[in-house]
Every structure is written in structure tokens, then in C-alpha cells.
Ligand binder design. Structure first.
Ligand SMILES: Nc1ncnc2c1ncn2[C@@H]1O[C@H](COP(=O)(O)OP(=O)(O)O)[C@@H](O)[C@H]1O
Ligand SMILES: [Mg+2]
Length: 299
């Protein structure tokens, strides 16, 4: 994966430049342990980029793994941000190869996702695995053969049962990978910033969810909408957050995540915000409560 190797190599220097908090120091003892009877599969999306989908996904995953759950993050975005943040040692495959359709059968190999799954780096809690992306995943958008919406679900057949929670980090579009993530999920959660563009992105993903429910996966639920990067003291975010609540009502999760420097630092250091001790405690606590809600609704 030469391209991915470049992305990863690029991530290293900044991660090592002093901000990296080291191995996961958060404990299971500090949080109530959770148990699950069934795998919960959640897709996190918004058609707009930069709203915090990946940040929310990886930190939710850390919160769940920190409670003793077995968690898989599937990176469905060729930008690979979840992959480079969870910073695994890659094997021979990424999701791009897993979803490569065999021209003879016009299918992917059922269960083949298992070959690409790797553990996250030691900065993250144990039990957090990654189904990594690579830039080559962009080519999978060009799959035009029948059944293209179900490739991910098929490649994951028999694989997800080993996890308590699976989180799909969707790309900032409503193309094939977003549709595949929605088809392979129990529940969709939307993340947005309180901006006009974020609102437009939400509407587009809601439309995609509606089509997936109609044509591919009638059982898909919408779990909720998380407002991220909120600045409640400012006029425009306050107005847009109110607009989101008036449009989507109870679907909007009650506790917004404020814009905070520590979340950006954690992303830059390829580490969970919970590893930032006192500085990260408020953001981590919010994500921990969100994790409880996300998992609770789907169990
Ligand atoms: N609550 C927040 N406060 C401050 N920065 C944030 C917050 N959430 C995300 N970010 C930062 O915003 C940028 C975009 O976030 P990211 O998770 O990559 O968005 P997306 O996956 O939607 O494109 C990143 O630099 C990330 O660190
Ligand atoms: Mg992202």
C-alpha cells in the first residue's frame, strides 16, 4: 500500500512531536463495565466533511473498549483518517482489497474482511480493532455491478459476531461506501457541526438513509444526531443548533460536544481524548455518556 504508507509516514512525525500521551492509561476500573448480548453495528455519517465524524467514531470506540467491550472501527473513507488515528500496524490487506469484486463471480468473498482486521496501536484501549482503509478505497465507488450496495455486509459475513460493537466511519458523501455502511448497520448516527452546510449535509444523509430503508435495508434505524464543535456563546452556532433541534426534534442527542482544543490535539497525536487526563476529562465524559446511549439503544 504505497499511498497508505505515505499517509502513515506523514502522521508519525506530528504524533511523535511531543503531544503523544503514550500507551492507553485509562482504566476499565474508572468506568462501569458493560456487557452486550448481541453485536451492535452503528454507522456514523454526514455528507459534510470536517464535522467530527471520525473524531466521534474513534473516541466512542475508545469509550466502549475502555468499558471492556470488544470493538471494531471500520474505516469506509479513502481519506483513511480513522485508520491513521487508530494507527494499527497494517497487514497485507485493507478494505480496498476486501471489496475488490471478482470479475468472474461479480462478488466479494464472504467473510474476507477478517483478513484485513488489525489491532489499534497501544495508545488505544485493548480490544479495539480496525478494519483499515487506504486511498485505493476510492476506486470502489466505481462498482456498478448488481449487489454493489451489499459488498461490505457480504465481506463481513461471520466476522462481526466476535465484537460487541462495530462502528463504521462513513466518508463525507452519499456514495457507495456510505450506502454500504448503512446497509451493513443496525443504526445510523449523524454527526454535525452547527452550521448551514452541516444542516445541508444532514438532509442529504437522511435522504440516503430513506433510500437504503426503502430498497435495501428496511430494518435500518436512525439512532440520533450529535451536534459537535458547538460554540453556544456565539450567535451563528446557537442559531443553527436551534434550527437542527426544531427540524429533527427528539432525534437530536441532548448533550452537545463543545469545540475544544484537546479533541484536536488528541486527533493530531493519534490518541483518544481520554488519555489526556484532566485536560480531556470533560470531552471524554461526554463521549462516554454518548457511548452509553448509542449502545443502549441498539442492544
Ligand atoms: N469538538 C471538537 N472541537 C474541536 N475540534 C474538533 C472537534 N471535533 C473534531 N474536531 C477537529 O475537527 C477536524 C475535523 O474532524 P473529523 O473528525 O476529521 O471530521 P470528519 O470525519 O467529519 O471529516 C479535526 O481536526 C478534528 O480534530
Ligand atoms: Mg472523517
Amino acid at each position: 500500500m504505497p499511498c497508505l504508507a505515505r499517509v502513515r509516514a506523514g502522521a508519525r512525525p506530528s504524533a511523535c512531536a511531543g503531544a503523544r500521551p503514550g500507551a492507553w492509561a485509562g482504566g476499565r476500573a474508572s468506568m462501569a463495565a458493560m456487557t452486550m448480548t448481541k453485536t451492535k453495528v452503528v454507522a456514523l455519517g454526514n455528507q459534510k466533511g470536517g464535522v467530527g465524524k471520525t473524531t466521534t467514531t474513534v473516541n466512542l470506540a475508545a469509550a466502549l473498549a475502555g468499558r471492556g467491550l470488544r470493538v471494531l472501527v471500520g474505516d469506509l473513507d479513502p481519506q483513511c483518517n480513522a485508520t491513521t488515528t487508530l494507527d494499527p500496524v497494517l497487514g497485507s490487506y485493507t478494505l480496498a482489497e476486501v471489496l475488490d469484486v471478482d470479475p468472474r463471480t461479480r462478488e466479494v468473498v464472504p467473510g474476507s474482511a477478517a483478513a484485513a482486521i488489525v489491532p489499534s496501536s497501544e495508545a488505544w484501549p485493548a480490544g479495539l480493532d480496525v478494519l483499515p482503509a487506504s486511498p485505493a478505497l476510492a476506486v470502489r465507488e466505481q462498482d456498478t455491478w448488481d449487489g454493489r450496495e451489499h459488498r461490505l455486509a457480504r465481506a463481513c459475513e461471520g466476522v462481526l459476531g466476535g465484537y460487541d460493537a462495530v462502528l463504521w466511519d462513513l466518508p463525507p458523501n452519499i456514495g457507495q461506501m456510505t450506502v454500504n455502511g448503512l446497509v451493513a448497520a443496525d443504526e445510523a448516527w449523524l454527526v454535525t457541526d452547527p452550521t448551514r452546510y452541516g444542516l445541508d449535509g444532514l438532509a442529504l444523509v437522511m435522504g440516503a438513509i430513506d433510500r437504503v430503508q426503502r430498497y435495501h435495508h428496511p430494518g435500518l434505524l436512525v439512532g440520533g444526531i450529535v451536534i459537535n464543535m458547538h460554540e453556544p456563546a456565539r450567535e451563528e452556532p446557537k442559531l443553527r443548533a436551534a434550527e437542527i433541534r426544531s427540524l429533527y426534534g427528539d432525534l437530536v442527542y441532548g448533550e452537545d460536544q463543545p469545540r475544544s482544543e484537546v479533541l484536536r490535539k488528541a486527533a493530531g497525536a493519534a490518541a483518544p481524548v481520554a488519555a489526556y487526563g484532566y485536560e480531556g476529562r470533560e470531552a471524554a465524559a461526554r463521549l462516554d455518556r454518548l457511548a452509553e446511549t448509542v449502545i443502549g439503544k441498539a442492544a
